[in-house]
Design a protein around this ligand. Structure first.
Ligand code: FES
Length: 161
């Protein structure tokens, strides 16, 4: 059965205590982030149920949030996740070409992971960096003004990590 470590449970309590009594559901988003990072980079039904139990809410309330935001992974993912923006400004600046290039280069489709478990490709909606289009999120950082050459360099950089 999944369970946070004692240290993480202390963190959970701190987060829940930020909110008024009875409003513990407000801690859902940070707890889902924690569950995703602690339990293998994705949210299994079991981990979502665990979060629901920590917050004393119904599992469906957790599923509703987890399935709405692209930052949560609902299936196992690779070590490096390319989250390429495909909204208007990025599209007008060539995000389709970038997405297709990544697909060909890594031999995967959107939502898929390479066989070696290194890369997952996702498409996402506007990440608020339209002035740097086309762009993607990789871990905690944005990669901007993407070109095929930049994608090549990013892939090599990831392979070296
Ligand atoms: S449209 Fe891509 S970051 Fe806004």
């Amino acid at each position: 059965m999944l369970k946070f470590s004692d240290d993480k449970l202390k963190e959970v309590k701190k987060i829940i205590d930020r909110y008024p009594q009875g409003k513990q559901k407000s801690a859902l988003i940070p707890l889902l982030h924690m569950a995703q990072s602690e339990f293998g980079g994705w949210l299994s039904p079991e981990s979502m149920d665990y979060v629901a139990s920590l917050l004393s809410i119904d599992p469906i309330e957790v599923y509703e949030v987890a399935t709405f935001y692209s930052m949560y992974n609902l299936q196992p993912v690779g070590k490096h996740i390319f989250e390429v923006c495909q909204t208007g400004p990025c599209m007008l600046n060539g995000s389709d070409n970038i997405i297709n290039y990544i697909k060909t280069k890594l031999n995967i489709g959107v939502g898929e992971t390479t066989e070696d478990g290194l890369f997952t490709l996702k498409t996402v909606e506007c990440l608020g960096a339209c002035g740097y289009a086309p762009m993607m999120q990789l871990g905690d950082h944005y990669r901007e003004h993407l070109t095929k050459e930049k994608v090549d360099a990013i892939i090599e950089e990831c392979r070296g990590k």
